[in-house]
Design a protein around this ligand. Sequence first.
Ligand code: FUL
Length: 486
Amino acid sequence: MKLKLLLLLCLIPVLIAAVYVAPVQPPKPFGAVPSERQLRWHELETYGFVHFTTNTFTDKEWGYGDEDPWIFLPTDFSADQIVTSLKAGGLKGVILTAKHHDGFCLWPTKTTNHNISRSPWRKGAGDVVKEFADACRRHGMKFGVYLSPWDRNNANYGKPEYVAIYREQLRELMTNYGELFEVWHDGANGGDGFYGGARERRKIDKTIYYDWPTTWNLIRQLQPNAVVFSDAGPDIRWVGNEKGIAGDPCWTTINGEKIYPGQEGVEKQLNSGDRNGTVWRPAECDVSIRPGWFWHEAQNDKVKTPEQLKNLYFASVGRGASFLLNVPPDRRGRIHENDAKSLREFGDWMRQTFAVNLAKGSKAKASNVRGNDKQFAAAKVLDADRFSYWATDDAVTTAELELDLGAEKTFNVVRVRENIKLGHRVDEFVVDVWADGQWKEFGKAVGIGAQRLLRGQSVTTRKVRLRITKAAASPCISEFSLFAEK
Ligand code: FUL
């Protein structure tokens, strides 16, 4: 009897183990991963740039710094018209040039007289930054600022005093205008300028003069949610050109520790990133809707067409970067009709194209599912959650996922996303469609990251397949969607 009891007691742990199945663990992150701030930014994808200052009235791209504030006089300024025109273009935020290289401040700063209060506009009581910030809030748009580090007006430029002034200007912008989503530091430093009347060439050492880490700390204190852009980051990097085109591939990761704002010769590296880069630093593709960054009468008929904007969207957002589209107001202080029309058509195309995911409701199956666990099932690529995902076992780095669409569907755009919280895992993938009794290649690409768009010929099919052909770690795919361009 005693022996039986002992045996039974010994069996208890075995019985418990049989009933209790240990949960399947999620894969470990691979390489560099995004911060919370960067994760939020990744969801924006498209936002606008607004270049507006005395240049708008002098027909220049770079003011020398000796412009009379009196010339800044928009005749019919409307921040609402500007912001709603950008919103119609599908842009989700606005970054305003609060001060360009000429040094003219669009807000009544206490740091210099060279500001909006010296202009006759709104009888010297105007504040363009405030009007933009308020309009953005009214229309559900995010607001950010560009503050040129190079200041061709300031007498102190080149001395340590100017860096303190620059920080004070940032402090004003960061404390008086509500939440900022992005702070933009231009790398351009051209040399010559007015500099309080000196009219000379001033050279600074870009590696040390601005002491960027101190400035970035200040931004973290005052605007902890804002992402900081410069050629080198720390949050968002320049894409290496002003054409709006990311590298193919454009790795989000980069060996960026040594790159500094304004550095020359790193454009190619910034454009494509580094596959095994040590930091997560997504690229931002800045480009103007016109040849210039500022409005010029002579460029009214050179506005990019909706077709050109669509191509840029695929070359930026489609490669995991963001699309920062500049749309400069004219001398009225409004977006010109030609720009507004192009924007509206582009925005309509974007809204209509991505409104319907044709893969929704399909049946998904995969060649391997991590631990055969439902939480990593193939169907996870079909929901709208960027962080639910299909995953394979650790040892499996090539795999297939097939969708049965239930009926024939016609599409020409495929969107694939990784769960980027787990890093850039996939190196290469192919999308096939079932046609005439066999699989045919629709398209392929190197790298996925936050987003990869494949745009091809329109196809009609009932079955599509995603093949991960090379990965550095088990794939973690959060989305596989199909769209038809409208
Ligand atoms: C450049 C500047 O020099 C241009 O004027 C413009 O502001 C562009 C976005 O950045 O570096």
